[in-house]
Design a protein around this ligand. Structure first.
Ligand code: ADP
Ligand code: MG
Length: 238
């Protein structure tokens, strides 16, 4: 389960507001996309949900528990970063196993989870390689694998496809949709790419200037943009 709720959440850096009173409810199993231009606050919002940033005002709750009472390790979330953030000196297997070893999981359970994830991602043959011996697309799959093995209630993706070439972007996008079907977990996905948002989302949250412009299904925001900004941003060729 991962019901995530934001109630007038705000955040400033150095006295400058970057999240300005955002309220939002996300239901367990939903695929929610935060869509907005660079600097609109998407990553900050995701990092607050992951517990990598504190909130300054308002309330963030995960399954009814207030974020102040939940250390990052107590949140059943797994984040996938844009730049992969792999450990260069570890193999693929080591990278995927690292977080599980840290929490003291049995070796046999770790091996099983890593091998299952590798199978899902078609990386079985690459488990003994190091990141430097992988393509960009393969590195991103390791980053996704590292999230899968945690069996999180919610996956948090921060522009996971932005460093991939166009063909691979499309392929990985399809795989992420399949992953959502298979895992049934909540997915929160940050992007500035309206095509990704339109094809992946159950609901799109359009962000601009530290605030929500509109929340709706892809069809809602496409056909009935609530503001001039949404009309321009979602309608313009991605
Ligand atoms: P997005 O992911 O939509 O591009 P971000 O959440 O990264 O936006 O950033 C929103 C705003 O907050 C930007 O103006 C950015 O410069 C600022 N910001 C983000 N993180 C920090 C930080 N650690 N310190 C200072 N400013 C930050
Ligand atoms: Mg960002």
């Amino acid at each position: 389960m991962a019901d995530i709720s934001l109630d007038t959440v705000s955040k400033s850096f150095g006295g400058i507001k970057v999240i300005d009173g955002i309220s939002l409810e996300m239901k367990s199993g939903e695929f929610v996309v935060f869509l907005g231009p660079s600097g609109s606050g998407k990553s900050t919002l995701l990092r607050m949900i992951a517990g990598l940033e504190t909130i300054d005002g308002g309330a963030l709750t995960i399954d009814g528990k207030r974020s102040e009472h939940l250390a990052p390790g107590q949140r059943e979330v797994a984040m996938v970063f844009q730049n992969y953030a792999l450990y260069p000196h570890m193999t693929v297997r080591g990278n995927m196993a690292f977080g599980l070893k840290n929490i003291g999981m049995d070796k046999s359970e770790i091996d099983k989870r890593v091998e299952d994830a590798a199978r899902i991602l078609e990386m079985d043959a690459l488990l003994d390689r190091r990141p430097a011996q992988l393509s960009g697309g393969q590195r991103q799959r390791v980053a996704i694998g590292r999230a899968i093995v945690k069996e999180p209630a919610a996956f948090l993706f921060d522009e996971p496809l932005s460093n991939l070439d166009a063909a691979l972007r499309v392929r990985t996008r399809v795989e992420l949709a399949e992953l959502h079907q298979r895992m049934q977990s909540t997915m929160i996905y940050v992007t500035h790419d309206q095509t990704e948002a339109m094809t992946l989302a159950d609901r799109i949250v359009v962000l601009n200037n530290c605030r929500i412009e509109q929340v709706g299904t892809p069809m809602d925001v496409y056909l009935y943009p609530a503001t001039r900004f949404v009309a321009g941003f979602v309608g313009s060729p991605g």
